[in-house]
Design a binder for this molecule. Structure first.
Ligand code: ASP
Ligand code: MG
Length: 439
């Protein structure tokens, strides 16, 4: 069994869904079949949330809603010859929005129930497309699969309950040649109300379902060919990695890489199910395998950078207080303690977090220094030779880097913003040199 998840850009329009069809067909011989998990079409979840809020606040929403629904009807018509498959959903979605408008209020439960239409529409269209093309397809509503608590908008999964539900709903329909179509992101609580797993939650859905049915593989199809050695927009010579350890990826994500968040893959990785990141539009590219298995290489393999970092160096007792401060604690990316002092790096990416840090710095009469954190990730990074090599590369880009081994999978340098790019390039050259292309 394979769980194949396709993100918003992979299901954005009729052409993309045809491509999904081609990719899914290539798995036709998979023993036990394929579970296809789809996101809403690109941009739809945000638009639905916006429409629900406007409807509940007495603002106009009709134009936008009609536009969004029409777009889905057009996709359905292009793929199946008419829009019948979405007729019921389209009216239910309209009625829901009008009910919200009439009530004149919305809450998190309303938002969840309303934005579920995004995934319901994309999966309904894809299922109908398969059927109209004469292909096997079973539709399973993900709200019958994933059980959560009541925290609307960002629910926590009840793993035991989900396991029971997945076994009951899926195992009977999993058979070679069959394709089960279901939604990412949406779930339900014990009262049967719709909940969602937080923005970008479809990867998490795929990992949970994969872990429950002990899938052979989980494939996350997106619009890039895997996890790269560095952001190709920063360094055009960046290459996709064939495999990456789970911890390395978590470090990359913490220090600025826009990779899918590895925590969402935890259920799969801890069940030892390999997760592949693949490109829907270039399905023959190898992509990246994310695994928890011990990777034998001892090389730096990825470079990432986090800008908008503010660094404060304070007396240790004050540092401890700052680290506990509610307004900044979630934005702290690094603390380095010595006997008397503490260096705190805060990711001040929003005006709000910047002003919180400024207020704290003012209160304690310390200066904040704008910096970047450049991270090199890999296996056995604390190895002395590796640290020496990394330090040399930092020295090629700046003479003020503060180097710190944060874990066995990550060494970082805190550098001046203006020097960050030169450091990234120099480090990335080392990565490519030591690793060779395509590893
Ligand atoms: N459609 C949801 C979102 O946009 C979930 C996902 O795409 O992963 O956040
Ligand atoms: Mg996503």
């Amino acid at each position: 069994m394979i769980v194949a998840k396709f993100g918003g850009t992979s299901v954005a329009d009729a052409a993309a869904l045809r491509q999904v069809q081609a990719v899914v067909s290539s798995m036709a011989d998979e023993p036990g079949g394929v579970i296809v998990v789809l996101s809403a079409t690109a941009g739809t979840t945000s638009r639905l949330l916006d429409i629900a809020r406007r409807a509940g606040s007495g603002e106009p929403f009709e134009g936008d809603l009609s536009d969004l629904l029409q777009r889905h009807q057009n996709i359905a018509t292009e793929l199946t010859g008419n829009a019948d498959c979405v007729a019921d959903l389209v009216s239910a979605c309209r009625e829901f929005a009008h009910a919200v408008a009439e009530l004149g209020e919305w809450n998190d439960a309303t938002l969840d129930a309303f934005c579920a239409f995004g995934e319901l529409l994309s999966t309904t269209i894809y299922h109908a497309f398969r059927r109209s093309s004469g292909l096997a397809s079973s539709f399973v509503d993900a709200r019958r699969l994933i059980a959560t608590d009541d925290r609307y908008q960002n629910a926590s999964v009840d793993h035991a309950g989900t396991h029971v539900r997945c076994s009951a709903e899926l195992l009977g329909v999993c058979s070679t040649g069959n394709v089960i179509v279901t939604q990412g992101f949406i779930a339900s609580n014990h009262a049967g109300m719709t909940t969602t797993l937080g923005r970008g939650g479809s990867d998490y859905s795929a990992a949970i379902i994969g872990a429950c049915i002990l899938a052979r593989q989980i494939r996350i199809y997106t619009d890039v060919s895997g996890v790269f050695t560095c952001d190709p927009r920063l360094v055009p010579t960046a290459l996709p990695l064939r495999s990456i350890g789970f911890d390395e990826m978590r470090d990359m994500a913490s220090y600025g890489a826009k990779v899918l968040h590895p925590d969402t893959l935890l259920p799969a990785v801890s069940a030892s199910i390999p997760v592949y990141v693949l490109n829907t539009f270039r399905p023959d590219d190898r992509g990246t395998c994310i695994t928890d298995q011990i990777v034998t290489h001892s090389e730096p393999r990825g470079v990432s950078v986090l800008n908008d970092v503010l660094k404060l160096t304070v007396r240790r007792e004050i540092g401890t207080l700052i680290a506990q401060n509610e307004l900044v604690s979630s934005s702290i990316v690094l603390t380095i303690s010595s006997k008397d002092t503490m260096t705190i790096c805060v990711h001040a990416s929003t005006a709000q977090s910047r002003s919180a840090v400024d207020a704290i710095a003012h209160a304690h009469e310390v200066r904040t220094v704008p910096q970047s954190i450049v991270a090199v990730t890999g296996q056995h990074m604390s190895d002395a030779n590796t640290v020496a090599d990394v330090s040399r590369c930092f020295a090629a880009g700046t003479d003020t880097a503060q180097i710190c081994v944060v874990s066995d999978t990550c060494v970082i340098g805190i550098v001046e913003r203006d020097d960050a790019h030169a450091c990234v390039r120099s480090l990335h050259e080392m990565v490519i040199r030591r690793q060779g292309p395509g590893e």
